[in-house]
Design a protein around this ligand. Structure first.
Ligand code: URP
Ligand code: ZN
Ligand code: ZN
Length: 458
Protein backbone atom coordinates (compact mmCIF):
# COMPACT_ATOMS: atom_id res chain seq x y z
CA UNK A 1 0.00 0.00 0.00
CA UNK A 2 1.14 3.51 -0.83
CA UNK A 3 2.65 5.20 2.22
CA UNK A 4 2.51 8.98 2.28
CA UNK A 5 4.85 11.29 4.19
CA UNK A 6 2.05 12.45 6.48
CA UNK A 7 -1.63 11.58 6.81
CA UNK A 8 -4.20 13.55 8.80
CA UNK A 9 -6.65 10.83 9.71
CA UNK A 10 -10.32 10.60 10.65
CA UNK A 11 -11.14 14.30 10.46
CA UNK A 12 -14.18 16.05 9.04
CA UNK A 13 -12.84 17.69 5.92
CA UNK A 14 -14.54 20.95 4.99
CA UNK A 15 -14.15 22.60 1.61
CA UNK A 16 -16.06 25.45 0.00
CA UNK A 17 -18.43 22.94 -1.57
CA UNK A 18 -18.68 19.93 0.72
CA UNK A 19 -18.11 18.28 4.09
CA UNK A 20 -16.81 14.69 4.17
CA UNK A 21 -15.22 12.27 6.60
CA UNK A 22 -11.81 11.59 5.06
CA UNK A 23 -8.08 11.28 5.54
CA UNK A 24 -5.81 13.87 3.92
CA UNK A 25 -2.42 12.63 2.71
CA UNK A 26 0.60 14.85 2.14
CA UNK A 27 3.80 14.21 0.24
CA UNK A 28 6.44 16.86 0.76
CA UNK A 29 4.70 20.24 0.60
CA UNK A 30 1.65 19.11 -1.35
CA UNK A 31 -1.69 17.40 -0.79
CA UNK A 32 -1.31 13.99 -2.44
CA UNK A 33 -4.63 12.24 -1.74
CA UNK A 34 -7.96 12.57 0.01
CA UNK A 35 -9.69 9.31 0.83
CA UNK A 36 -10.32 6.52 3.28
CA UNK A 37 -7.77 4.43 5.21
CA UNK A 38 -4.72 6.25 3.89
CA UNK A 39 -1.39 5.31 5.50
CA UNK A 40 1.44 7.65 6.40
CA UNK A 41 4.98 7.43 7.72
CA UNK A 42 3.60 9.98 10.18
CA UNK A 43 -0.03 10.19 11.11
CA UNK A 44 -2.03 12.80 13.02
CA UNK A 45 -5.37 11.78 14.46
CA UNK A 46 -8.03 14.43 13.79
CA UNK A 47 -11.02 12.45 15.09
CA UNK A 48 -13.69 14.85 16.33
CA UNK A 49 -11.91 17.77 14.63
CA UNK A 50 -12.54 19.74 11.46
CA UNK A 51 -9.86 19.78 8.77
CA UNK A 52 -9.98 22.96 6.70
CA UNK A 53 -7.75 24.70 4.19
CA UNK A 54 -5.41 27.21 5.77
CA UNK A 55 -7.16 30.55 5.97
CA UNK A 56 -6.14 33.30 3.55
CA UNK A 57 -6.18 36.97 4.61
CA UNK A 58 -5.78 39.22 1.57
CA UNK A 59 -5.78 42.50 3.53
CA UNK A 60 -3.16 43.06 6.25
CA UNK A 61 -0.80 45.90 7.08
CA UNK A 62 2.31 44.68 8.93
CA UNK A 63 4.92 47.19 10.08
CA UNK A 64 3.14 49.76 7.94
CA UNK A 65 4.34 53.35 8.27
CA UNK A 66 1.43 55.73 8.95
CA UNK A 67 2.44 59.29 9.82
CA UNK A 68 4.95 59.15 12.68
CA UNK A 69 3.96 55.59 13.56
CA UNK A 70 4.42 52.09 12.27
CA UNK A 71 1.76 49.39 12.82
CA UNK A 72 2.92 47.31 15.77
CA UNK A 73 3.01 43.79 14.35
CA UNK A 74 6.01 43.17 12.16
CA UNK A 75 6.28 40.40 9.58
CA UNK A 76 7.33 37.94 12.30
CA UNK A 77 4.84 38.70 15.07
CA UNK A 78 2.02 39.35 12.62
CA UNK A 79 2.46 36.13 10.68
CA UNK A 80 2.96 34.15 13.90
CA UNK A 81 -0.31 35.53 15.32
CA UNK A 82 -1.98 34.75 12.00
CA UNK A 83 -0.76 31.15 12.20
CA UNK A 84 -2.08 30.72 15.75
CA UNK A 85 -5.47 31.71 14.34
CA UNK A 86 -5.29 29.31 11.39
CA UNK A 87 -4.21 31.76 8.69
CA UNK A 88 -1.52 30.37 6.39
CA UNK A 89 -1.24 33.07 3.70
CA UNK A 90 -1.52 36.83 3.82
CA UNK A 91 -1.30 39.64 1.31
CA UNK A 92 0.39 42.81 2.54
CA UNK A 93 1.18 46.00 0.59
CA UNK A 94 3.98 47.83 -1.19
CA UNK A 95 3.97 51.63 -1.05
CA UNK A 96 6.69 53.18 -3.20
CA UNK A 97 8.47 56.34 -2.09
CA UNK A 98 8.13 59.10 -4.73
CA UNK A 99 11.73 58.63 -5.88
CA UNK A 100 11.54 54.82 -5.99
CA UNK A 101 10.44 52.64 -8.89
CA UNK A 102 7.62 50.18 -8.20
CA UNK A 103 10.11 47.33 -8.59
CA UNK A 104 12.58 48.86 -6.13
CA UNK A 105 9.78 49.33 -3.62
CA UNK A 106 8.59 45.73 -4.03
CA UNK A 107 12.15 44.45 -3.58
CA UNK A 108 12.60 46.54 -0.42
CA UNK A 109 9.34 45.24 1.05
CA UNK A 110 10.39 41.66 0.28
CA UNK A 111 13.79 42.24 1.87
CA UNK A 112 11.97 43.32 5.04
CA UNK A 113 9.47 40.46 5.04
CA UNK A 114 11.37 37.43 3.72
CA UNK A 115 13.56 36.76 6.80
CA UNK A 116 10.65 37.23 9.21
CA UNK A 117 7.55 35.52 7.83
CA UNK A 118 6.43 32.16 9.24
CA UNK A 119 3.59 31.70 6.73
CA UNK A 120 3.42 32.39 3.01
CA UNK A 121 2.71 35.87 1.74
CA UNK A 122 2.40 38.06 -1.30
CA UNK A 123 2.08 41.80 -1.91
CA UNK A 124 -0.46 44.19 -3.43
CA UNK A 125 1.18 47.10 -5.27
CA UNK A 126 -0.21 50.47 -4.17
CA UNK A 127 -0.66 53.13 -6.83
CA UNK A 128 -0.39 56.48 -5.04
CA UNK A 129 -0.84 59.92 -6.65
CA UNK A 130 2.97 60.07 -7.05
CA UNK A 131 2.79 56.78 -8.96
CA UNK A 132 0.46 58.11 -11.64
CA UNK A 133 3.65 59.25 -13.37
CA UNK A 134 4.90 55.67 -13.11
CA UNK A 135 1.96 53.83 -14.66
CA UNK A 136 4.26 52.54 -17.40
CA UNK A 137 5.87 50.44 -14.62
CA UNK A 138 2.64 48.57 -13.83
CA UNK A 139 3.64 45.64 -16.11
CA UNK A 140 6.93 45.33 -14.14
CA UNK A 141 5.01 45.14 -10.87
CA UNK A 142 2.69 42.51 -12.33
CA UNK A 143 5.68 40.48 -13.59
CA UNK A 144 7.19 40.68 -10.07
CA UNK A 145 4.14 38.87 -8.68
CA UNK A 146 2.04 41.86 -7.62
CA UNK A 147 -1.02 41.05 -9.72
CA UNK A 148 -3.35 43.10 -7.53
CA UNK A 149 -3.17 46.88 -7.18
CA UNK A 150 -4.31 48.95 -4.21
CA UNK A 151 -6.01 52.24 -4.98
CA UNK A 152 -7.09 54.69 -2.27
CA UNK A 153 -10.00 57.11 -2.52
CA UNK A 154 -9.04 58.49 0.93
CA UNK A 155 -6.06 59.79 2.95
CA UNK A 156 -2.89 61.31 1.49
CA UNK A 157 -2.78 58.45 -1.01
CA UNK A 158 -6.20 59.46 -2.35
CA UNK A 159 -6.57 59.36 -6.12
CA UNK A 160 -8.89 61.91 -7.70
CA UNK A 161 -11.44 60.46 -10.12
CA UNK A 162 -9.30 61.21 -13.18
CA UNK A 163 -6.29 59.54 -11.56
CA UNK A 164 -8.53 56.63 -10.57
CA UNK A 165 -9.54 56.29 -14.21
CA UNK A 166 -5.88 56.28 -15.31
CA UNK A 167 -4.85 53.75 -12.65
CA UNK A 168 -7.81 51.43 -13.36
CA UNK A 169 -6.97 51.52 -17.06
CA UNK A 170 -3.31 50.66 -16.44
CA UNK A 171 -4.28 47.75 -14.17
CA UNK A 172 -6.81 46.53 -16.74
CA UNK A 173 -4.16 46.56 -19.46
CA UNK A 174 -2.00 44.03 -17.59
CA UNK A 175 -4.95 41.82 -16.55
CA UNK A 176 -4.55 42.83 -12.90
CA UNK A 177 -7.19 43.32 -10.22
CA UNK A 178 -7.72 46.70 -8.52
CA UNK A 179 -8.46 46.45 -4.78
CA UNK A 180 -9.88 49.70 -3.50
CA UNK A 181 -10.46 51.73 -0.32
CA UNK A 182 -13.69 53.52 -1.26
CA UNK A 183 -14.70 56.60 0.76
CA UNK A 184 -15.56 60.18 -0.23
CA UNK A 185 -12.48 62.10 0.95
CA UNK A 186 -13.75 65.61 0.10
CA UNK A 187 -16.87 65.13 2.23
CA UNK A 188 -14.86 63.52 5.05
CA UNK A 189 -12.26 66.29 5.24
CA UNK A 190 -14.99 68.95 5.17
CA UNK A 191 -16.95 67.28 7.98
CA UNK A 192 -13.78 66.84 10.05
CA UNK A 193 -12.90 70.53 9.66
CA UNK A 194 -16.45 71.50 10.64
CA UNK A 195 -16.46 69.23 13.70
CA UNK A 196 -13.07 70.46 14.91
CA UNK A 197 -14.15 74.09 14.41
CA UNK A 198 -17.12 73.43 16.74
CA UNK A 199 -14.86 71.77 19.33
CA UNK A 200 -16.15 68.30 18.50
CA UNK A 201 -12.78 66.59 18.94
CA UNK A 202 -13.68 63.25 20.61
CA UNK A 203 -13.68 59.87 18.81
CA UNK A 204 -17.51 59.98 18.97
CA UNK A 205 -17.24 62.22 15.89
CA UNK A 206 -15.07 59.82 13.88
CA UNK A 207 -17.95 57.76 12.39
CA UNK A 208 -20.05 60.92 12.10
CA UNK A 209 -17.39 62.41 9.80
CA UNK A 210 -17.49 59.38 7.53
CA UNK A 211 -21.17 58.78 6.75
CA UNK A 212 -22.25 55.39 5.43
CA UNK A 213 -24.12 57.14 2.62
CA UNK A 214 -20.85 58.59 1.32
CA UNK A 215 -19.00 55.27 1.58
CA UNK A 216 -21.75 53.86 -0.64
CA UNK A 217 -21.47 56.87 -2.96
CA UNK A 218 -17.72 56.34 -3.35
CA UNK A 219 -18.20 52.61 -4.00
CA UNK A 220 -20.86 53.36 -6.61
CA UNK A 221 -18.63 55.95 -8.30
CA UNK A 222 -15.73 53.53 -8.34
CA UNK A 223 -17.92 50.79 -9.81
CA UNK A 224 -19.11 53.17 -12.54
CA UNK A 225 -15.59 54.31 -13.45
CA UNK A 226 -14.46 50.66 -13.48
CA UNK A 227 -17.37 49.84 -15.81
CA UNK A 228 -16.38 52.71 -18.10
CA UNK A 229 -12.93 51.18 -18.62
CA UNK A 230 -14.17 47.60 -18.28
CA UNK A 231 -12.02 46.39 -15.40
CA UNK A 232 -13.05 44.16 -12.47
CA UNK A 233 -12.82 45.60 -8.99
CA UNK A 234 -12.65 44.32 -5.40
CA UNK A 235 -13.89 46.67 -2.67
CA UNK A 236 -12.04 46.55 0.62
CA UNK A 237 -13.46 46.71 4.15
CA UNK A 238 -17.17 47.26 3.50
CA UNK A 239 -18.74 48.68 6.66
CA UNK A 240 -22.34 49.44 5.69
CA UNK A 241 -25.45 48.51 3.75
CA UNK A 242 -25.04 51.42 1.32
CA UNK A 243 -21.85 49.83 -0.04
CA UNK A 244 -23.30 46.30 0.03
CA UNK A 245 -26.18 47.56 -2.13
CA UNK A 246 -23.81 49.10 -4.68
CA UNK A 247 -21.89 45.83 -4.96
CA UNK A 248 -25.06 43.71 -5.16
CA UNK A 249 -26.54 45.98 -7.85
CA UNK A 250 -23.35 45.81 -9.92
CA UNK A 251 -23.24 42.03 -9.63
CA UNK A 252 -26.91 41.73 -10.63
CA UNK A 253 -25.94 43.70 -13.73
CA UNK A 254 -23.19 41.21 -14.48
CA UNK A 255 -20.30 43.42 -13.42
CA UNK A 256 -17.19 41.64 -12.06
CA UNK A 257 -17.29 43.29 -8.63
CA UNK A 258 -16.61 41.70 -5.23
CA UNK A 259 -16.63 43.00 -1.68
CA UNK A 260 -15.15 42.05 1.65
CA UNK A 261 -15.94 42.93 5.21
CA UNK A 262 -13.87 42.46 8.38
CA UNK A 263 -14.39 41.29 11.98
CA UNK A 264 -14.44 44.84 13.38
CA UNK A 265 -17.62 45.54 11.40
CA UNK A 266 -19.17 42.18 12.34
CA UNK A 267 -18.35 42.18 16.08
CA UNK A 268 -18.19 45.82 17.24
CA UNK A 269 -20.55 48.81 17.18
CA UNK A 270 -19.86 52.53 17.16
CA UNK A 271 -20.72 52.76 20.88
CA UNK A 272 -17.07 51.69 21.31
CA UNK A 273 -16.04 55.25 20.34
CA UNK A 274 -17.91 56.60 23.40
CA UNK A 275 -15.80 54.65 25.91
CA UNK A 276 -14.04 57.06 28.29
CA UNK A 277 -10.57 58.48 27.65
CA UNK A 278 -8.11 56.56 25.55
CA UNK A 279 -10.45 53.54 25.34
CA UNK A 280 -12.61 55.45 22.87
CA UNK A 281 -9.61 56.10 20.58
CA UNK A 282 -8.63 52.42 20.27
CA UNK A 283 -11.28 51.25 17.75
CA UNK A 284 -10.64 54.16 15.37
CA UNK A 285 -10.31 52.68 11.90
CA UNK A 286 -11.60 53.64 8.48
CA UNK A 287 -14.20 53.13 7.29
CA UNK A 288 -15.51 53.48 10.85
CA UNK A 289 -17.39 50.92 12.89
CA UNK A 290 -21.09 51.65 12.62
CA UNK A 291 -24.43 50.94 14.34
CA UNK A 292 -25.87 47.64 15.53
CA UNK A 293 -28.31 47.78 12.61
CA UNK A 294 -25.40 48.01 10.14
CA UNK A 295 -23.64 45.13 11.88
CA UNK A 296 -26.76 42.96 11.67
CA UNK A 297 -27.18 43.84 8.00
CA UNK A 298 -23.54 42.94 7.24
CA UNK A 299 -24.07 39.48 8.76
CA UNK A 300 -27.13 39.09 6.53
CA UNK A 301 -25.06 40.21 3.52
CA UNK A 302 -22.34 37.62 4.14
CA UNK A 303 -24.97 34.98 4.77
CA UNK A 304 -26.72 35.79 1.45
CA UNK A 305 -23.42 36.00 -0.44
CA UNK A 306 -23.76 39.71 -1.22
CA UNK A 307 -20.28 40.05 0.29
CA UNK A 308 -17.94 37.32 -0.86
CA UNK A 309 -14.84 37.55 1.34
CA UNK A 310 -13.87 38.23 4.96
CA UNK A 311 -10.42 39.74 5.61
CA UNK A 312 -9.01 41.62 8.61
CA UNK A 313 -7.43 44.92 7.52
CA UNK A 314 -5.15 44.12 10.49
CA UNK A 315 -3.34 47.39 11.29
CA UNK A 316 -2.75 47.76 15.04
CA UNK A 317 -1.23 50.61 17.02
CA UNK A 318 -0.35 50.73 20.71
CA UNK A 319 -2.49 52.44 23.34
CA UNK A 320 0.15 55.18 23.64
CA UNK A 321 0.08 55.78 19.89
CA UNK A 322 -3.71 55.89 19.83
CA UNK A 323 -3.68 58.28 22.81
CA UNK A 324 -1.80 60.90 20.78
CA UNK A 325 -5.13 61.72 19.13
CA UNK A 326 -7.12 62.15 22.34
CA UNK A 327 -7.63 65.87 21.65
CA UNK A 328 -8.26 65.49 17.90
CA UNK A 329 -9.85 62.30 16.65
CA UNK A 330 -8.74 62.99 13.08
CA UNK A 331 -5.08 62.41 14.06
CA UNK A 332 -5.57 59.00 15.75
CA UNK A 333 -3.58 56.38 13.79
CA UNK A 334 -6.27 54.24 12.17
CA UNK A 335 -6.59 50.49 12.36
CA UNK A 336 -7.31 47.61 14.72
CA UNK A 337 -5.86 44.14 15.30
CA UNK A 338 -7.87 41.13 14.07
CA UNK A 339 -5.33 38.88 12.31
CA UNK A 340 -5.51 36.05 14.84
CA UNK A 341 -9.22 35.86 15.65
CA UNK A 342 -10.80 36.16 12.19
CA UNK A 343 -11.04 32.51 11.16
CA UNK A 344 -12.26 31.11 14.51
CA UNK A 345 -14.46 34.16 15.13
CA UNK A 346 -16.36 33.74 11.87
CA UNK A 347 -16.81 30.06 12.70
CA UNK A 348 -18.00 30.79 16.21
CA UNK A 349 -20.46 33.59 15.46
CA UNK A 350 -21.29 32.70 11.83
CA UNK A 351 -21.48 28.91 11.76
CA UNK A 352 -22.37 28.74 15.46
CA UNK A 353 -25.49 30.87 14.90
CA UNK A 354 -26.50 29.05 11.72
CA UNK A 355 -26.04 32.19 9.59
CA UNK A 356 -23.22 30.51 7.64
CA UNK A 357 -22.74 26.90 6.61
CA UNK A 358 -19.30 25.41 7.31
CA UNK A 359 -18.63 25.55 3.55
CA UNK A 360 -19.53 29.25 3.40
CA UNK A 361 -17.11 29.86 6.28
CA UNK A 362 -14.30 28.10 4.43
CA UNK A 363 -15.19 29.79 1.16
CA UNK A 364 -15.20 33.33 2.58
CA UNK A 365 -12.07 32.93 4.70
CA UNK A 366 -9.97 30.59 2.53
CA UNK A 367 -11.08 29.62 -0.96
CA UNK A 368 -12.65 32.73 -2.45
CA UNK A 369 -9.86 35.10 -1.34
CA UNK A 370 -7.12 32.77 -2.61
CA UNK A 371 -8.85 32.42 -5.96
CA UNK A 372 -9.56 36.13 -6.36
CA UNK A 373 -5.97 37.25 -5.91
CA UNK A 374 -4.38 34.37 -7.84
CA UNK A 375 -2.94 32.32 -4.97
CA UNK A 376 -3.36 29.33 -7.23
CA UNK A 377 -2.23 26.58 -4.82
CA UNK A 378 -3.81 27.98 -1.67
CA UNK A 379 -7.22 28.00 -0.02
CA UNK A 380 -8.53 24.56 -0.98
CA UNK A 381 -8.11 20.93 0.05
CA UNK A 382 -7.45 19.21 -3.27
CA UNK A 383 -4.74 17.04 -4.79
CA UNK A 384 -1.87 19.22 -6.01
CA UNK A 385 -2.69 22.12 -3.69
CA UNK A 386 -0.17 23.26 -1.09
CA UNK A 387 -0.65 21.31 2.14
CA UNK A 388 -1.79 24.41 4.03
CA UNK A 389 -4.22 22.92 6.52
CA UNK A 390 -5.89 23.64 9.84
CA UNK A 391 -6.97 21.02 12.35
CA UNK A 392 -9.77 22.89 14.06
CA UNK A 393 -11.33 21.97 17.39
CA UNK A 394 -14.99 23.01 17.06
CA UNK A 395 -15.55 22.81 20.81
CA UNK A 396 -12.53 24.63 22.23
CA UNK A 397 -13.57 27.85 23.99
CA UNK A 398 -11.18 30.80 23.94
CA UNK A 399 -11.81 34.16 25.58
CA UNK A 400 -10.02 36.85 23.57
CA UNK A 401 -7.57 39.09 25.42
CA UNK A 402 -3.96 40.27 24.95
CA UNK A 403 -2.99 37.25 27.10
CA UNK A 404 -4.69 34.64 24.89
CA UNK A 405 -3.67 36.29 21.60
CA UNK A 406 -0.18 36.61 20.11
CA UNK A 407 -0.59 40.07 18.56
CA UNK A 408 1.64 42.81 19.98
CA UNK A 409 -0.57 45.91 20.27
CA UNK A 410 -1.15 45.17 23.97
CA UNK A 411 -4.93 45.42 23.59
CA UNK A 412 -7.69 43.89 21.53
CA UNK A 413 -11.06 45.40 20.61
CA UNK A 414 -12.55 41.94 21.26
CA UNK A 415 -11.46 41.78 24.93
CA UNK A 416 -13.74 39.36 26.79
CA UNK A 417 -15.42 37.89 23.68
CA UNK A 418 -15.60 34.11 24.08
CA UNK A 419 -15.37 32.04 20.91
CA UNK A 420 -16.33 28.40 20.53
CA UNK A 421 -13.95 26.76 18.07
CA UNK A 422 -10.21 27.35 17.70
CA UNK A 423 -7.34 25.92 15.61
CA UNK A 424 -5.44 23.10 17.29
CA UNK A 425 -2.78 22.81 14.61
CA UNK A 426 -1.77 24.88 11.58
CA UNK A 427 0.32 23.45 8.75
CA UNK A 428 1.97 25.38 5.94
CA UNK A 429 3.19 23.31 2.99
CA UNK A 430 3.09 20.15 5.09
CA UNK A 431 5.07 21.60 7.99
CA UNK A 432 3.43 22.08 11.40
CA UNK A 433 3.81 25.81 12.03
CA UNK A 434 1.65 25.94 15.16
CA UNK A 435 0.94 22.89 17.35
CA UNK A 436 0.69 22.14 21.07
CA UNK A 437 0.05 25.86 21.55
CA UNK A 438 3.54 26.68 20.27
CA UNK A 439 5.15 28.20 17.22
CA UNK A 440 7.20 25.40 15.63
CA UNK A 441 9.15 27.27 12.93
CA UNK A 442 11.46 30.24 12.76
CA UNK A 443 11.09 33.49 10.88
CA UNK A 444 11.89 32.89 7.22
CA UNK A 445 10.01 29.58 6.96
CA UNK A 446 7.27 31.42 5.07
CA UNK A 447 7.79 32.23 1.41
CA UNK A 448 6.91 34.97 -1.00
CA UNK A 449 4.31 33.69 -3.46
CA UNK A 450 5.08 34.98 -6.92
CA UNK A 451 1.60 35.30 -8.38
CA UNK A 452 1.13 35.18 -12.13
CA UNK A 453 -2.49 36.23 -12.37
CA UNK A 454 -5.53 37.58 -10.59
CA UNK A 455 -8.90 36.07 -11.28
CA UNK A 456 -12.05 37.80 -12.35
CA UNK A 457 -14.38 38.12 -9.37
CA UNK A 458 -16.97 35.34 -9.43
O1 URP B 1 -8.03 52.49 9.53
C1 URP B 1 -7.56 51.63 8.80
N1 URP B 1 -8.36 50.80 8.19
N2 URP B 1 -6.23 51.55 8.64
C2 URP B 1 -5.54 50.72 7.75
C3 URP B 1 -5.41 51.34 6.39
C4 URP B 1 -6.65 51.17 5.57
O2 URP B 1 -7.39 52.11 5.36
O3 URP B 1 -6.93 50.06 5.11
ZN1 ZN C 1 -8.41 51.08 3.72
ZN1 ZN D 1 -6.27 48.31 4.87
Amino acid sequence: MNEYDLVIKNGTVITAVTTIQADVAINGETIAAIGQNLCGKREIDARGKLVTPGAVDIHVHLEMPIGNFRSTDDFFTGTAAAAFGGTTSIIDFVEAEPEETLLEAAAARRALADPKVVIDYSLHMTITPADIAKLAQVPDAFAAGCTTFKLYMAYGYRLHDGELLQALTAVRDVGGLPVVHAENWDVITTLIAENLAYGRTAPHWHPRSRPALMEGEAAGRLIDIAELVDVPVHIFHVSCVDTVEQIARARRNGRPVTGETCPQYLFLTWDAYDAPGVQGTLPVCSPPIRSQAEQDALWQAVSRGDLQIITTDHCPFTIEEKATGLDDYSTIPGGVPSIEMRFPAIYSRGVGSGLLTPSQWVDMCCTAPAKLVGLEKKGHIGVGYDADLVIFDPHKRVTLSPETLHETAGWTPYEGVTLTGWPEMTLVRGQVVVGDGELKVEGGYGRYVHRTKANLPA
